[in-house]
Design a protein around this ligand. Structure first.
Ligand code: AMP
Length: 109
């Protein structure tokens, strides 16, 4: 079982930010900025690349709620999902990084 599935089933502790029936948001263990939250579907998908598009609809709504709860809607934030080796993905359970709480700089010019 993957590490994020173990977080979902409670085998590994996490600092939960928001949870519902289908999704979980928790603090990244190694934060890149003041705010660094991982948002995952409870169901296992290896990456965004194999995620059924219909799951994204619920995920979008959930991510927007997480942003509200973290109070970053006005200041802004960055969403990232790494996919596969070239994308730098280390944990092969689909997750979005929500990063902010301070300027995150430019990645793509
Ligand atoms: P990625 O490189 O996109 O696969 O990112 C994986 C992220 O998971 C990294 O930012 C790690 O710091 C984070 N991470 C790994 N294990 C845990 C954990 N047990 N709790 C919280 N975050 C974790």
């Amino acid at each position: 079982m993957c590490i994020f599935c173990k977080i979902v089933n409670g085998e590994i502790p996490n600092q939960t930010v928001l949870e519902d029936e289908n999704f979980l948001a928790f603090n990244d263990i190694n934060p890149a900025r003041k705010v660094h939250v991982l948002i995952i579907p409870k169901e296992h998908y290896d990456s965004f690349d194999v995620m059924p598009p219909k799951v994204m609809a619920g995920m979008t709504e959930f991510i927007q709620k997480v942003a509200s709860k973290l109070d970053v809607k006005n200041s802004g934030y960055r969403l990232i999902t790494n996919i596969g080796d070239d994308g730098g993905q280390e944990v092969h359970h689909l997750h979005f990084h929500l990063i902010g709480g301070e300027p995150v700089g430019r990645l793509v010019r």
